[in-house]
Design a binder for this molecule. Structure first.
Ligand code: DC
Length: 201
């Protein structure tokens, strides 16, 4: 049985939390596709060519702390390169087609990677709410950041991700949008589970 749930949206909108909860609830596998771009971005910080890095990516490259502001910006920069995106397509599609169901979250899952997904969600929230969440997350990990810096980073990444030519961040025409700005985690997860439940019939 294949069943594909595509979850897209901007940084820190709650995609990760919702994806993990959907995967756990239905027993599906989960792929955070942002980690692929972060792994490539992290390599460019050590002066490795991004296209080469994407073509030779291994699971080991996905280890370590890729959730830093520097790696996030580097990921967003390599993500505009079409050869980088092309090198990562097959891995994502193979993951999606696995037996037992899969949840993939990212920016272009419902639009480019899995246009025939069984369920498409677009998870979003205001830039201010997302920046506050990311600020609290980074501060808890003792990253030395200010609220203003984090908001500026979120806005810069949104702009780059949605204005790029290749696979820009945007909702698929048939995606269900969940705005988490004023939702608790429980309510956001419940909204997502109910959309998936309906599609499973
Ligand atoms: O989801 P994230 O914040 O970990 O993603 C990091 C960057 O990777 C994001 O700013 C843009 C890029 N990305 C992408 O272009 N396409 C995806 N499917 C996932 C992430």
């Amino acid at each position: 049985m294949t069943f594909i749930v595509a979850i897209d949206g901007p940084a820190a909108a709650g995609k990760g939390t919702i994806s993990k909860a959907v995967a756990a609830h239905f027993g599906f596998a989960h792929l955070d596709t942002g980690l692929l771009y972060r792994a490539v971005g992290a390599k460019t910080l050590s002066d490795i060519d991004p296209i080469e890095a994407a073509k030779t990516l291994t699971p080991a490259d996905m280890q370590g702390d890729l959730r830093t502001p520097e790696v996030a910006q580097a990921a967003s920069k390599v993500a505009v390169i079409s050869e980088v995106r092309a090198a990562l397509v097959d891995f994502q599609r193979n993951f999606a087609a696995r037996n037992g169901g899969a949840v993939l979250d990212g920016r272009d899952i419902g639009t480019v990677i899995c246009p025939d997904a069984d369920v498409k969600l677009f998870v979003t929230a205001s830039a201010e709410v997302r920046a506050e969440r990311r600020f609290l997350e980074l501060s808890a990990k003792e990253h030395d950041v200010t609220r203003d810096q984090v908001l500026a980073d979120v806005i810069a990444r949104d702009k780059r991700d949605s204005e790029r030519k290749e696979a820009p961040l945007k909702p698929a025409g048939d995606a269900v949008t969940i705005d988490t700005s004023e939702l608790s985690i429980e309510d956001a997860v419940a909204a997502a589970l109910s959309v998936v439940d309906q599609a499973r019939g």
